[in-house]
Design a protein around this ligand. Structure first.
Ligand code: KDG
Length: 324
């Protein structure tokens, strides 16, 4: 099996071609690959790491496009089930001149939302060093939550690190209370937990990075590192029993689309940890990939290859000469 594995809902995004149009008025869309956990898998694979993606798709054109694209990228598709009775999820995304775009999901009762945890019995985690869990898959349905918990239990039997991104999507949860309780419960299994400041506000009532980090470190002895995403300002890092510090964000010339930046951030952390880098280095890479992500239209199209990452560092006069 692969050194990195994640479970999630693969999606197609239809992104508006015209700028600042209401979704209801858009006639022309471009199609891209999407889905938070698939974004992470795509980015980690693009940096050269063996990657497995666990999920389900429908037997439909969007599912076929997803499967073809994932195969082409070199991600292991052994554990992607094809369910001919259900659809592949997709969503619409606005193109905006500033801020976050409006989005609209078509994913209820999708093939991925009905992923059966029994399928995980065939997933071999022996060689897997990092498993990424995001709050989105857990939010989809009772089945996807059960599968998330089953995967966590399997991982905890192996010598494997869990990276956890709350990825709050209130519209997917039954209620705000369920979202908060379930997300914080899942976070207890994360070795590295990566909330944003606004997520901190929703999940534990403060947008102060120090309070957010302390909350996640105090609620579970499994959690060793909390990285609080500060958007363009970079990230606040607290490792257990070590002094906290902030890693500055990189300058972005023009923000084209913010969707996928958080997943790009996770790609930076995960790929660097797989290469044995220190957390500080991993967070720098996370900030770099987050910055690259917002400069392109698709959700994961801006994530770099190794060469592109090197060029980005050189251009930005940071980590020049660093062996990446
Ligand atoms: O983080 C990027 C995701 O928002 C996008 O790819 C679609 O998975 C998605 C979601 O649930 O929003």
């Amino acid at each position: 099996m692969s050194e990195f594995l994640t479970i999630g809902e693969p999606m197609v995004v239809l992104a508006s071609q015209d700028i600042n149009q209401e979704l209801a008025d858009v006639s022309h869309f471009n199609r891209f690959l999407a889905g938070a956990e698939l974004n992470v898998a795509t980015g980690v694979r693009r940096l050269g790491h063996s990657t497995s993606f666990v999920s389900a798709i429908g037997n439909d054109p969007f599912g076929q496009y997803i499967l073809d694209s994932i195969r082409l990228s070199g991600i292991d598709t052994t554990h992607i089930k094809i369910n001919s009775k259900l659809w592949t999820g997709f969503y619409l995304k606005q193109r905006v001149s500033h801020g976050d775009p409006q989005t609209y999901y078509f994913r209820k009762n999708s093939a991925a939302a009905n992923y059966d945890k029994e399928n995980l019995a065939h997933v071999d985690l022996t060689d897997t060093r990092i498993t990424h869990i995001s709050g989105i898959f857990a939010a989809l349905s009772p089945q996807s939550l059960a599968a998330t918990k089953e995967l966590i239990a399997k991982v905890e039997n192996e010598n494997c690190v869990i990276t956890f991104d709350p990825n709050l999507r209130p519209s997917l949860w039954q209620s705000e209370n369920t979202m908060i309780a379930t997300t914080n419960e899942l976070a207890k299994h994360g070795t590295v937990v990566m909330p944003g400041i606004h997520e901190g506000q929703m999940l534990m009532g403060s947008d102060d990075p120090v309070d957010i980090a302390n909350f996640y470190l105090n609620q579970s002895s499994i959690t060793q590192t909390v990285v609080v995403k500060l958007g363009p300002d970079g990230a606040f890092v607290k490792e257990r029993n070590r002094p906290a510090y902030t890693v500055a964000g990189f300058h972005v010339n023009s923000v084209i689309d913010t969707v996928g930046a958080g997943d790009g951030f996770a790609v930076g952390i995960i790929s660097a940890l797989l290469e044995g880098k220190e957390i500080k280095e991993a967070v720098k890479r996370a900030c770099a990939i987050g910055a690259l992500a917002v400069e392109s239209r698709g959700d994961n199209d801006g994530y770099p290859t190794r060469k592109e990452l090197k060029r980005f560092y050189e251009k930005n006069n940071r980590q020049v000469g660093e062996k990446i």
